[in-house]
Design a protein around this ligand. Structure first.
Ligand SMILES: [Mg+2]
Length: 241
């Protein structure tokens, strides 16, 4: 941890993305999206089926309904928006987003969630060094995932999809949610390090005048994360200990 402090003297807080950075739930989100859109494209008779790259190209890191809209747009599909509490069975942007949430929760309930061991060590080391920490997630499931993974007590400040919507903040790749978390911690953005695994999240960090942006490569690729503006890319946060 001494190396971290030496490398980033002047940083006093870490702003962590959740899914894919602290918990392997990015994989669960990816599976839930795949199940949603594979079935949807088949049901609606579209010949251009869902591919794994669709997740990284159109969905990863974005707020849920932006992901639905952007994926559908990639297939030339435009659906009515629907009310936010629209039934998961309805063929609307909100309905499909809510259907994805049902699939996600079903998978989490069935399997449980363990944090990445390297990330847990990294959080503990950062706290020992006196750094402040916050979670900044596009997901509205962040509080549930933090509780399920046993990480909730570390994070007083959690800016999730729900908080962002209530505060009227645009989602990643806009830096607003990270800047909001910094303000809640009472730390200038220039003293915060953003830790992200998604291209949209790294872009948010890069656009927001933060101290540094650490990209964690869980499948996006080192080059994509550097291209998005990461100042450093690792495969696991234990590399920084
Ligand atoms: Mg993520």
């Amino acid at each position: 941890m001494t190396e971290l402090r030496n490398a980033w003297t002047g940083a006093s807080a870490l702003l962590f993305d959740l899914d894919g950075v602290l918990t392997p739930t990015a994989v669960v989100h990816e599976q839930a999206w795949q199940e949603l859109f594979e079935d949807y494209l088949i049901e609606t008779g579209h010949s251009h089926g869902y591919q794994q790259s669709d997740y990284f190209d159109h969905i990863d890191g974005k707020p849920r309904f932006d992901g639905v809209r952007d994926f559908l747009a990639s297939r030339g599909i435009k659906l009515p928006e629907g009310p936010t509490d629209d039934s998961p069975t309805n063929e609307t942007v909100q309905g499909l987003g809510n259907r994805k949430n049902v699939i996600f929760n079903k998978i989490v309930d069935t399997r449980g969630v363990e944090p990445y061991p390297g990330s847990l060590k990294f959080i503990n080391a950062a706290l020992e060094q006196g750094l402040q920490v916050a979670v900044v997630s596009s997901s509205r499931n962040a509080p549930a995932v933090l509780i399920a993974s046993g990480l909730a007590h570390h994070f007083e400040v959690v800016v999730d999809g729900q908080v962002a919507a209530a505060a009227g903040l645009p989602g990643k790749p806009d830096p607003a949610t990270f800047a909001y978390a910094a303000s809640l911690l009472g730390v200038p953005t220039e003293e915060c390090i953003v830790v992200e695994d998604a291209v949209a999240g790294v872009q948010a960090g890069s656009r927001g005048h933060f101290h540094a942006v650490i990209g964690v490569d869980r499948g996006a690729g080192h080059q994509s994360l550097f291209d998005a503006g990461a100042t450093q890319v690792v495969d696991d946060l234990n590399e920084l200990l």
